[in-house]
Design a protein around this ligand. Structure first.
Ligand code: SF4
Ligand code: SF4
Ligand code: SF4
Length: 403
């Protein structure tokens, strides 16, 4: 295969061209793939899929001796460009998505690898090109699609300060955390590190990215996160909220990934704010409202609002509800006048029950397939390969209290 075709074919895998035949394969993505893999590596990696396989199988596919293929795969696994794990005592290799995946691994690794800064800087630059090119392409296609990949969880203080609302157990951070046993903090925020490489970091907390449950165990096992107690976890999250960071989790009843994000660096929140694709992340169950009679015009809420949703009209704060994501950061800032409270958001949709429903709902939405069994079956098969029951892919199940 000619190099140009080789890299294009590999780039197609990263955008799941098989499942989404109309998907753009952009020049920026081909350039990024070319940056990551030399010609021999690309030839071998072209034989990988997202379901891992042993080196022997891959070698047969590319028609090369396994003695040649295995060291190449091991070296790529070491660099976190591909997945390398052991199943039933046999090393197996598979593709990792670009994001979340290769991007996060590279940014996290960069902190302990000062000798390779030029590599990470170039990776960051190429990735930023891919990010913008795909969002420009995706924006019109996302119109009318109900994606809600992540979900905003409000600052708990803002729920406590608001009367007359009915929070669910999935709205309260402390209740979500309480249901878990394992916690980890990743001491590098991939998005803020990425922006630092581009010379536009915001300098906010780096240890705010975190996980719970099996995802925490896996991240600790892979050496990319450190185990912390429930108390330390909550302290880090509370500090992040006080620093004006937004709580974002997987859009699951029992999320595993727990981020503290800023709208200047976070890849997901930038989509909301800069690209105005409102259904990409589920807004919280609530939205903020100002009592104009009580507001004293101090503008503290305007300063903290990450979405620039609040403006002053005749010395009174006014909220643009098309922009408000219900993060609740403005509520505790209004301590003097207590003019802001949360109210339930009309039409709010609850999070998915578990990972299987989550994936199936998104794939159906993207492919326009109705109630297809295919996504569920392929995920079920995939999770069995990792020796996990599909249920284990979710956090501990939320059980509503008996009334
Ligand atoms: S999602 Fe949020 S916390 Fe996680 S890496 Fe990005 S900005 Fe940092
Ligand atoms: S913080 Fe409260 S009092 Fe100050 S401007 Fe905002 S709503 Fe008004
Ligand atoms: S107005 Fe701004 S700070 Fe307040 S909840 Fe909405 S998005 Fe968050």
């Amino acid at each position: 295969m000619k190099p140009v075709q080789l890299y294009r074919t590999l780039a197609e895998k990263f955008v799941f061209k098989n499942s989404f035949p109309d998907m753009l394969v952009s020049d920026s993505l081909v350039a990024l793939v070319q940056f990551l893999f030399d010609e021999q590596e690309a030839h071998i990696v072209n034989a990988l899929t997202f379901v891992p396989k042993p080196a022997k199988t891959i070698a047969r596919f590319v028609n090369l001796p396994v003695e040649v293929v295995r060291p190449v795969l091991d070296a790529l696994g070491e660099k976190c460009f591909i997945l390398r794990l052991t199943m039933a005592g046999v090393p197996v290799y598979g593709l990792i998505p670009l994001a979340p995946g290769i991007f996060e691994f590279q940014m996290i690794k960069s902190k302990d690898d000062p000798d390779n800064v030029p590599f990470y800087r170039e990776f960051a630059r190429l990735f930023e090109d891919v990010y913008h090119e795909y969002l420009t392409y995706f924006k019109p296609k996302a119109e009318g699609k109900d994606l809600r990949f992540g979900r905003i969880v409000p600052v708990e203080k803002s729920i406590d300060a608001s009367t007359g609302i009915m929070p669910l157990a999935t709205d309260r951070y402390s209740e979500i955390v309480e249901r878990n046993k394992s916690f980890c903090l990743v001491d590098v925020c991939a998005c803020r590190t990425h922006q630092e490489f581009l010379g536009q970091g915001c300098g906010r907390a780096m240890h705010a990215c975190s996980a719970m449950g099996w995802l925490a165990d896996m991240a600790i096992d892979k050496g990319i996160a450190r185990r912390v107690s429930r108390e330390e976890f909550m302290e880090a999250k509370t500090a992040a909220m006080e620093a004006g960071l937004v709580n974002m989790v997987d859009n699951l009843e029992d999320p595993m990934q727990v981020c503290s994000c800023c709208t200047c660096c976070c890849g997901a929140l930038r989509i909301l704010k800069d690209y105005n694709i409102p259904t990409i992340i589920a807004k919280s169950h609530f939205e903020a409202w100002v009592d104009g009679d009580t507001c004293i015009g101090c503008k503290k809420c305007v300063e903290i609002c990450p979405m620039e949703a609040i403006s002053m009209v005749a010395e009174t704060a006014v909220i643009d509800h098309t922009k408000c994501i219900g993060c609740g950061l403005c509520v505790p800032k209004c301590t003097k006048a207590k003019a802001i409270t949360l109210k339930e958001r009309y039409g709010h949709k609850p999070p998915s029950k578990d990972v299987l429903s989550y994936a199936a709902e998104r794939i159906e939405e993207l492919q326009g397939m109705q109630k297809s069994l295919l996504p569920r079956l392929s995920l079920g098969a995939g999770s069995l390969l990792y020796q996990l029951s599909p249920k284990q892919l979710s956090g501990p199940r939320y059980k509503p209290p008996k009334s």
